[in-house]
Design a protein around this ligand. Structure first.
Ligand code: SIN
Length: 489
């Protein structure tokens, strides 16, 4: 059924509000709960249970208790289960989309896109699960055989962000389950509802008790420290800021935990003078405005050749001014609100700072929408290198344009950042495109393309943007150890 705001709120009222531990829904051991807000008007949607440290430990106990049995299931069994979960999510596309729109704010059409993207990770990993391989080879000096096989890493803590509440969860849970790992999943406190529905689906599909545990909390720092200090946990996977990721990496070092870190970005979007401008502007819209700019792979810095910069800017401004920022449930809306007050304040400060330092405001620049967290789609030119948004991740609908004259200049500027998640390059010269992409210090490059995200592509960054890859042919490896048997003949 298609939802409007009222029916979406009814869906929320029917969702479990508790924690899901060892195959059952339950209250927090302290009885505590916390509110989930609608970013469109800051009203409270519902309250969900706030997991205590005891609850977190119960979740880990359940995950640990069932690890051996889950790891011993056939990969075909796990593949079938994930495939059925994929189908169930697709069947419930409208429910998932409504929850995503309600708690995260993105327009319904975009939320449906996230449902397709998120479900696809489960199908992708179901296919991966069934194709785990090993090797058999003679030892180089003879005498025995070198046999390798893959074994699950073990119970994993999966910490998911608010910007893609379904897709970032399925990207981790799908890989973990496919590999044979059990998990404790902690959603962002802004968006626990989508994951509650996903958990309900796992329950309906009879995923064995303890395999997936769901523990929303307001005190993520305490919960992750407690779990990561426990010898039964073997892995932590986190998507979020570089600041938090560094703290988790330090904690992980104490117990030499396996880690996957998908952290901040500062994506350069480079347009050469021979680029197809229509394609570059289309790509810019996608790379910048997907999710209202609240994405780690968002284009953060537009570097445009000076000969075409004004034409590119005029076209981009026209497209930005054609966007309709508004209620996610209004079919006319193409951009939703930012997630919360803090994010709105940050984006406002970044724009004000750039303008105060001499950047030219070409459109937008203001908040609007009463108690909602709306910011106008904004284009700035002449952005000085000292402006904070030139080196900080914006996470909002703001395009900051600067110019360059030579390829070397563009490359130096693009790489002049501690981050290295995604970059984009537009040129008709294929040699230059590949040369530039190879020298760009990022884990992913969109070549004449404004979107890199794909379950079949290895998602991840270099430098302060993280380590490890999610999705793609190697995504499942993040949850596997290679075991080597030396077999005497
Ligand atoms: C992210 O912003 O963390 C990931 C977005 C994506 O998968 O495209």
């Amino acid at each position: 059924m298609f939802h409007d705001r009222n029916s979406a709120r009814e869906l929320v009222a029917a969702l479990p509000r508790g924690l899901y531990i060892d195959g059952a829904w339950r209250e927090s051991s302290t009885g505590a709960s916390f509110p989930v807000h609608d970013p469109a008007d800051a009203t409270v949607l519902t309250e969900v249970a706030d997991a205590s440290l005891d609850d977190a430990m119960d979740a880990l106990t359940a995950a640990h208790a069932t690890q051996d049995a889950w790891g011993a299931t056939t990969s075909r069994f796990r593949a079938e289960l994930l495939r059925r979960a994929f189908g169930r999510i697709i069947e419930r596309t409208e429910d998932f989309a409504a929850l995503i729109s309600l708690e995260m704010g993105k327009p319904l059409a975009e939320a449906r896109g996230e449902v397709a993207y998120g479900a696809e990770f489960l199908r992708w990993f179901s296919e991966q699960a069934a194709h785990l391989t090993g090797s058999y080879a003679p030892a180089p000096n003879g005498g025995y055989r070198i046999v390798t096989t893959k074994v699950p890493v073990g119970p994993s803590l999966l910490i998911t962000p608010w910007n893609f509440p379904l897709a970032m969860a399925t990207r981790k849970i799908g890989a973990a389950l496919a590999a044979g790992c059990t998990c404790v999943v902690k959603p962002a406190p802004q968006t626990p509802l989508t994951l509650a529905l996903l958990t309900q689906i796992f329950h309906e599909l009879e995923v064995p008790a303890g395999v997936v545990n769901y523990v929303p909390t307001l005190d993520a720092a305490a919960l992750s420290l407690a779990l990561m200090s426990d010898a039964r946990l073997r892995k932590v996977s986190f998507t979020g800021s570089t600041g938090v990721g560094s703290i988790l990496l330090r904690q992980a070092a104490d117990r030499v935990l396996r880690t996957s870190m998908e952290l901040g970005g500062n994506g350069p979007f480079v347009v050469f003078d021979d680029a197809d401008l229509d394609a570059a502007v289309d790509g810019a819209m996608l790379a910048k405005m997907r999710n209202a700019g609240e994405s780690c792979v968002a284009a953060n810095r537009f570097l445009v050749h000076s000969d075409i910069a004004e034409e590119f800017t005029v076209r981009l401004v026209r497209r930005f001014e054609g966007l309709v920022a508004g209620d996610a449930f209004d079919p006319a809306s193409t951009v939703g609100p930012l997630i919360d007050e803090a994010q709105l304040a940050k984006v406002t400060d970044l724009v004000d700072d750039a303008v105060a330092q001499g950047a030219r405001l070409r459109t937008g620049g203001k908040t609007f929408g009463g108690d909602g967290h709306f910011f106008q789609p904004t284009v700035l030119t002449d952005v000085p290198d000292t402006a904070r948004l030139a080196y900080e991740e914006i996470f909002g609908p703001v395009a900051a344009i600067t110019t360059f004259d030579t390829e070397e200049q563009a490359l130096a500027r693009a790489n002049d950042t501690e981050y290295g998640l995604a970059g984009y390059v537009y040129t008709r010269d294929i040699s230059r495109a590949l040369r530039f992409a190879e020298r760009l210090e990022t884990g992913m490059v969109g070549v004449n393309r404004g979107l890199v995200s794909d379950p079949g592509g290895p998602f991840g960054g270099v430098k302060a943007s993280g380590q490890g890859r999610e999705g793609g042919a190697t995504g499942i490896e993040e949850y596997l150890e290679t075991k080597y048997l030396a077999v005497e003949m």
